[in-house]
Design a protein around this ligand. Structure first.
Ligand code: NAD
Length: 720
């Protein structure tokens, strides 16, 4: 057996005519693609292809996972680096070329997939002549590029459909779905699944059968090759792609460049040879790298998400809280969800309500969710029982003894919350943290009821709790750094992402989200036809158009929040053009929104249509704005408010502002978030556009001082 180049990213071991290329990047937990590793792999491959003693090749990894995608530095370059098409044309494609060399090198190559293979890692395996994976359930295969606005650019869009057919490849390519190895086997993405300890033996055994080193699409120069299930010219496939493109446009309004580019790669690339297909893929990949939307998505959905998820803003020097027992007061909609999410994460929960029956009802919510997941085969009955056993429903505060943190989720009422805070503090140790899930009440005010305001904080969950990934943490004036750090630990421990906001009216998410709905209502009062408002809203990429969203939130709730704000702030309350409309609909027309089937829409079962009475109350103006202007108003009003929150120092980093917007209220993901949107447009252009809007529609569109400075200096929120 010979062994060489130990300080390289890829080790080579040759034994009995079989060369094993072992990915094992020094000093890293994971193998990734970067210039060094691609160069090392290329050199190792050259050596074994040239070695006459080598008759077969195994590619595997010495890490827990096989190979992940690109390394962080390359990802940063993709997101924020210079966008020079000529330079990109030269730099993109290095991995594609190495993989093609491997494929046509004349020696059979088998991928021994010992762990998760994502993105480029899976593309490497796809370029091999055979794939064997371990049967461990932790191992996942996938091409997640599309979710970051990119495409698998190392042959993935070409080889996968040629291997398994166009239709079966679409969930991998277009949705970025991940699959276990058994599922991958069933789909033909891997050829065999074996126990981990037998992986390399299975690879050697396959090589011992003397397999051909030629892919079906390369035989006879591709003549006679047929894509499984029929090629692109086949009627069903071409119809599927045609309809698929239309459906995609309907769903995304053309906001996301990657899925369209992927469809084009498949539709165009499968008509030609693999080599030409790879060139087509390269061109579309570069077009995405040049598209600012893709850069923004990579930046927010990958880089910022990672930073925020790893608690980059956590105060230093505080011991990590590993929560073991959490209290939840109020077993209603939110409390039941918080208890479920916490227990699912392996933490004991005391769920307290006014009486035992209400507490039991709150626990029953977990039981019903868990039963569904058992029915779907996602959990066993034993796992369900274990989660349920962690939740203790009670009406007795004494049961809270030993809780490290207690989340209060009772009615949105200051006096009730104050009583509850005092009862909690009487029952737990002085070190315990009390977190209020209030959606509107300032935390500093609520903390007045606390005898330990340093331990008091806001923990704003979103509904439905178990599905919503964000928690907005609000620090009151007296909240300590330790309380903040430990609250962040708790949020992370239950698998959610925390952003931190200083105490202020509406905190961050509700404040900015509110501007979207309010702008929709403003447009209505100006005589813009509701269908235009709603269609423009959909076209921005927001999950719901503004008037439908107002109905879903509840017109009555919005109206009463508006009244409360006015009562609290008097003349200092911000101008709210939606309030008179809400007053008309709620107080005069008895239209409360979705809750009573009457709002901006009339609801009947699952269908809804805009209420015809709107045109009498708000007659359409003779001249209607163009859809682009309406879209701009709906997005820019949010971007400006988010910018104000950032400039006021309420949220500390652009990363938290953008991640919070996308995870919290579904701000148009293609933009990368409100601040990324401004970066995409460029501060100078954004300021100029806002000035036009401010002159026509009011001060809410006035650019901030910070933006004017950025416009003058050319600064951005994000740079490399
Ligand atoms: P809910 O009415 O569904 O539940 C409130 C629960 O608190 C009820 O079960 C009630 O019996 C219980 N409760 C009331 N007084 C109590 C007391 N003194 N002691 C113990 N339990 C008591 O309300 P919800 O929608 O779950 O909202 C709870 C809190 O979460 C509110 O502050 C609300 O503003 C906030 N919030 C709600 C949402 C949402 O979408 N519903 C989102 C974020 C935050």
């Amino acid at each position: 057996m010979s062994e060489q180049n130990t300080d390289k990213c890829v080790r080579v071991e040759v034994s009995d005519g079989v060369a094993t290329l072992i990915w094992d990047m020094p000093g890293r937990a994971q193998n990734v693609f970067n210039r060094a590793s691609i160069t090392d792999f290329d050199a190792a491959l050259d050596a074994v292809l040239a070695d006459e003693a080598v008759t077969g090749i195994i590619v595997t990894s010495a890490k827990k996972d096989f190979i992940a995608g690109a390394d962080l530095e390359s990802v940063k370059q993709m997101a924020l680096g210079p966008k020079d098409p000529v330079a990109l044309n030269e730099s993109v494609g290095a991995l594609t070329n190495v993989l093609r060399k491997l494929e046509v090198g004349g020696k059979p190559v088998v991928a021994a997939i010992n762990g998760t293979a994502m993105g480029g890692g899976l593309e490497l395996a796809l370029a091999c002549h055979h794939r064997i994976a371990t049967d461990e359930s932790r191992v996942k295969l996938g091409l997640p590029e599309v979710s970051l606005g990119l495409l698998p650019g190392a042959g993935g869009t070409q080889r996968l459909p040629r291997m398994i057919g166009v239709k079966p490849s679409l969930p991998w390519l277009m949705e970025g779905k991940r699959f276990g190895t058994q599922e991958s086997l069933a789909m033909g993405v891997v050829d065999a699944v074996v126990p981990a300890e037998g992986l390399l033996d299975a690879a050697r055994a396959w090589l011992a059968t003397g397999p051909a080193a030629e892919r079906a699409w390369d035989k006879n120069r591709g003549r006679g090759f047929v894509v499984p299930g029929g090629g692109i010219e086949e009627k069903q496939t071409s119809q599927m792609l045609m309809v698929g493109t239309a459906m995609l446009m309907d769903k995304t309004h053309g906001n996301f460049p990657a899925p369209l580019a992927i469809m084009s790669c498949v539709a165009e690339g499968l008509r030609v040879s693999l080599d030409e297909g790879l060139q087509i893929e390269k061109r579309y990949f570069i077009s995405l790298l040049l598209d600012p939307r893709s850069g923004a998505m990579v930046n927010t959905l990958f880089l910022s998400m990672q930073k925020v998820g790893k608690l980059a803003g956590r105060p230093a020097g505080v011991d990590k809280l590993v929560p073991t027992k959490i209290g939840v007061i109020g077993a209603g909609l939110m409390g039941a969800g918080i208890a479920y999410s916490t227990a699912k994460s392996g933490i004991d929960v005391v769920l307290l309500d006014l009486d035992q029956a209400r507490a039991d009802t709150g626990k029953a919510y977990s039981a019903s969710r868990l039963a569904k997941s058992v029915k779907k085969g996602r959990r066993t009955q034993a796992q369900m029982d274990a989660v349920l056993a962690r939740i203790t429903p009670t009406a007795d505060y004494a049961d809270l003894d030993g809780c490290e943190l207690i989340v209060e989720a009772v009615f949105e009422n200051r006096d009730i919350k104050a009583t509850v805070t005092r009862s909690i503090e009487a029952a737990v140790s002085g070190a315990a943290i009390v977190g209020s899930n209030t959606s509107t009440l300032p935390i500093t005010g609520l903390a007045q009821a606390s005898s330990r305001p340093a331990n008091f904080i806001g923990l704003h969950f979103f509904s439905p709790v178990e599905r919503m990934p964000l928690v907005e943490i609000i620090t009151g004036e007296q909240t300590s750094a330790e309380t903040l750090a430990k609250s962040m630990d708790y949020v992370q421990a239950i698998g959610k992402t925390p952003i931190v906001c200083k105490d202020s009216r509406g905190f961050y998410t509700s404040r900015v989200f509110g501007t979207y709905v309010t702008e929709g209502v403003s447009l209505l009062t100006e005589g813009v036809v509701p269908a235009l408002i709603e269609n423009a809203g959909k076209a921005t990429g927001m999950p719901m158009p503004p008037l439908a969203l107002a109905d879903a939130v509840g017109l009555k709730l919005m109206y009463s929040v508006g009244l409360a704000t006015k009562a609290d702030l008097g003349d200092a309350a911000p101008d709210n053009p939606s309030q008179p409309v809400l007053e008309e609909l709620v107080a005069k027309q008895d239209r409360h929104g979705k809750s009573n089937d009457k709002g901006f829409y009339d609801y009947e079962g699952r269908s809804k249509r805009l209420w015809s009475g709107l045109s009498e109350l708000y007659p359409p103006a003779a001249a209607q704005p163009d859809v682009e202007t309406v879209k701009r108003r709906l997005l820019y009003v949010q971007a400006l408010e988010a910018c104000r929150v950032y400039e006021q120092g309420l949220v500390a980093t652009p990363a938290e502002v953008d991640v919070g917007a996308i995870l919290g209220w579904g701000f148009a993901a293609w933009s990368g978030g409100p601040l990324s949107l401004i970066d995409q447009i460029g501060a100078a252009e954004f300021v100029a556009r806002c000035e036009v809007l401010a002159a026509a529609h009011g001060e809410r569109f006035a650019p901030t001082d910070g933006l004017r400075k950025m416009a003058a200096s050319g600064a951005r929120f994000y740079s490399i």
